[in-house]
Design a protein. Sequence first.
Length: 97
Amino acid sequence: MTIDRQTVEHIAELAKLELTEDEIELFAGQLSAILEYVERLQTVDTDAIAPTASVLPLRNVLRPDEARPSLPRDEALANAADQAEGQFRVEAVLEDV
């Protein structure tokens, strides 16, 4: 499948990208090459291959959950820009709807 100039310009517009003339030509060629490769991959017979989400075996990489002492409040708040009543204080980020 060949990607034409108009398609590249449309994709650039959707992505809010400003492309030069040279970039449009370059990306048209690169995108066309990618789609041609995908077409080649679609011809591979995969009927004997079971569907899988990952080729690696799944394993839990988390440490055991163990209770341990936390950071003292004074140390946690030591570098806070603003604090009140033992808590971090931040500006509200809610907008009026």
